[in-house]
Design a protein around this ligand. Structure first.
Ligand code: PFF
Length: 452
């Protein structure tokens, strides 16, 4: 059995919702969701994503929080505690291991993208977007990608910011960040949406995101949508389990999870609706722009709207903060594991993990320039490989293992006790989805994307 140290509990019932929302809402919603929607054809992709969030993401998230709160320890030990009480092998702790490893890999490239947001923040503050058209925006984005040193400086700064918070206490900083800054970010997105409605091709954007064309359904798109549903809810990487482990016993897990999933999805949809109308109205930009979509579409809007300097700067500051509250939750489970299992000091664990993630992140930095043509596997760059391996393989695999473990192996009475605030009907519905819907759907999509 893993060694368990005294584990803190959050003072406030609502802190879990705040912290989990801080973890969930990040680059995944604002940067990634719009661009993968653009690459995968729009409406059909959005529909799959919404179905996956509701039928797979939410039940798995409830399972993950339940494991964390019951275990009251780091992800590996939490799973092991449930295994022990259910009288099965402690080997199930591998689920926690897989999660912590995935968190580490994601941290490495997520910090690089967050670095792009920092760079744009500095350009915005200097009024640098003024009058930009599509061509200028694309050229500026390409110039940033081509400069490894510039990318590395921002990546380093961003990882440093994350270490600072995780080393000196997550809770206070996180609470303020989420309570004040998340609503501000959302407000800004709404303003952008209004701007897009007036100045962009709103009807085209709307129809792109919500008109369903069965021809756009594919295994590849399903696998990307599923991986993203996990990514955006911060599932299967220990983050939500670690936050669940700090959750007081009297809070209703189901209600909290539904709140987080709703807010997360709302932010993604609003971000997409704000970007596509601008993309359609700007010559030279296309929805399938790829990872640069946010970085080319929004500066065009900021550069041409009244008080765009202020809005632009505020937007990129808030995006950076949203990414920050996500990386904090990626680093936290890794640190919790090393400190509780091996008795490492918090600061040493932090520096070692973040330092290694920084080193690996350099591979992603170089994927956009010097190593653009270096494709170690499957024709993918280091960044592409890390992104696909985590999102399309490790996250669904972790989700599958968790659904099987909690749905089929864990003792029902233990689960019921942890989910005591839920009614019998709600509990039965959750278990039904976890046992009979999640595993076959996850297996099917995992297998389908391998063969496709
Ligand atoms: N959910 C975050 C996002 O959508 O940006 C990304 C993320 C954060 C993934 C934390 C994983 C995680 F543990």
């Amino acid at each position: 059995m893993e060694r368990i140290k005294q584990h803190a509990i959050w003072g406030h019932k609502g802190t879990f919702v705040l912290a989990a929302t801080g973890s969930a809402v990040g680059l995944g919603n604002i940067w990634k969701f719009p661009y993968i929607t653009g690459e995968n054809g729009g409406g059909a992709f959005v529909l799959m994503y919404l179905v996956f969030i509701a039928l797979i993401g939410v039940p798995v998230m409830i399972a993950e929080v339940t494991l964390g709160r019951h275990g009251r320890a780091n992800p590996v030990a939490s799973v092991q505690k449930m295994a022990q009480q259910s009288r099965v092998s402690l080997g199930w702790g591998a689920i926690g291991w897989l999660g912590v490893t995935t968190a580490f890999l994601i941290l490495s490239y997520y910090s690089v993208i967050a670095g792009w947001a920092l760079d744009y923040m500095s350009t915005a503050i200097q009024g640098g977007f003024s009058g930009w058209d599509g061509e200028q925006a694309s050229a500026a984005f390409e110039a940033l990608q081509a400069d490894p040193w510039r990318l590395m400086i921002w990546q380093t700064l961003f990882i440093g910011m994350t270490v600072l918070v995780v080393a000196f206490g997550v809770i206070r900083g996180l609470e303020t960040a989420v309570r004040v800054l998340m609503p501000l970010l959302f407000l800004l997105l709404l303003l952008l949406l209004m701007y897009a409605a007036v100045a962009g091709e709103f009807a085209r954007g709307l129809s792109f995101m919500f008109s369903f064309n069965p021809g756009d359904l594919s295994w590849e798109a399903a696998s990307v949508a599923l991986g993203h549903a996990f990514f955006t809810l911060s599932l299967a990487m220990g983050a939500i389990m670690a936050y669940g482990s700090y959750m007081p016993g009297r809070a209703s897990i189901g209600k909290m999870v539904l709140t987080v999933a709703f807010l997360d999805t709302l932010v993604a949809l609003v971000a997409g609706l704000a970007m596509f109308p601008i993309v359609f109205a700007t010559p030279g930009l296309s929805p399938s722009e790829g990872p640069g979509l946010m970085f080319v579409s929004l500066p065009v809007a900021f550069g041409n709207m009244p008080v765009g300097v202020l809005f632009g700067a505020a937007f990129f500051i808030l995006v950076t903060l949203a990414a920050w509250s996500s990386t904090i939750s990626l680093l936290e489970p890794c640190v919790a594991y090393l400190t509780e299992r091996f008795g490492w000091r918090r600061l040493s664990a932090n520096v070692v993990i973040a330092g290694s993630a920084w080193l690996l992140g350099i591979g992603s930095v170089l994927s956009f320039n010097l190593w653009k043509e270096v494709k170690p596997l499957l024709g993918l760059t280091v960044f592409g490989l890390l992104d696909s391996a985590t999102q399309q393989v490790m996250l669904p695999l972790g989700g599958l293992a968790m659904a099987v473990f909690v749905g089929w192996i864990a003792k029902r009475e233990v689960l019921r006790r942890e989910l005591r605030q839920e009614s019998d009907g709600q509990f039965a519905l959750w278990l039904l989805l976890l046992k009979y819907v999640c595993p076959p759907a996850l297996l099917l999509i995992l297998a389908g994307s391998f063969w496709a």
